[in-house]
Ligand binder design. Sequence first.
Ligand code: PRT
Ligand code: ZN
Length: 291
Amino acid sequence: MLATNGRLKLALQRSGRLTEDTVRILRLCGLTFEFSKQSLYSPCSNFNLDLLAVRDDDIPEYVLDGVADLGIVGENILRERTANRKILLPLGFGMCRLMISVPQRSSIKKVRDLSGKRIGTTYPFTLRSYLAENKVNADIVELSGSVELAPTLDVADAICDIVSTGSTARMNGLRPIIAVMNSQAVLVANPKSLRDKKKGTLIDRLLIRLRGCLEAQGKRYLMMNAPADAVPQLQRIIPSLKSPTVVPLAERGMVAVHSVVAEDVFWDVMERLKQAGASDIIVVPIETIIR
Ligand code: PRT
Ligand code: ZN
């Protein structure tokens, strides 16, 4: 049941692929807490929120039942485990795809070819609805782990499992051929908590912080000095420099130009900025952007 002391409870993966990035983004939001795999609860000292560290598979249900108000979990687990698909915010990490893979020499090439075949998976619910959508009748073999071994053991003709780099599939002589769904870590909420006045307000505050951190990702704050008449040219070199802050310097005819730029763009154009007259170029990381 929901705690009655007005503090939010956020369920996160105790120990696994999502743990580090989840803890990192919460800390980036300014939350102060000690996190250890050993403790179930980690209270935040500067926000009315407690972290609840659990298996990722349990998170959707805990959020739906109100054991936790919020949860951070992979969309793949969310879809498999609960009908609650209401995603508050995609978080941009834990990227992967649920894919159907077949042995290298398999004659299975398209969804239709799966008809009458056995598919091993730990995602029976998601796979069943995917096959139904595609009007394919196949046998779903429910497994609890080591799915990639199923074809070698002749337990299945194909598998449906998470793929990220594809190296596990390759190492097991498998070829991913069909993407069932794309997935990333997402923030989900209990609907009652969202409607609760106190908790709803806390969730909104947390959302503003999380959006700010996501907005800042991949961006840098760029500062440089340049002759005032070079500004239009600098803007042509970095198109995202639409409305830079331009401040006059003590030296006549010189200005300081400040703007937010995408980090990947910046490295490509640094030389050209210098040729256009920019000097003392400084690039600094941005923690958050609140719009
Ligand atoms: O103990 P707990 O139940 O909490 O953790 P878990 O072991 O069930 O999950 P974990 O930590 O492995 O993954 C947590 C979440 O990370 C998943 O639900 C996905 O949302 C996401 N994620 C991102 C991945 C991967 N990438 C991933 N590569 N989850 C699993 N894998 C596995 C996949 O199952 C396969 O065995 O990695 C292998 C494939 O990886 P590649 O890189 O070889 O293709
Ligand atoms: Zn799990």
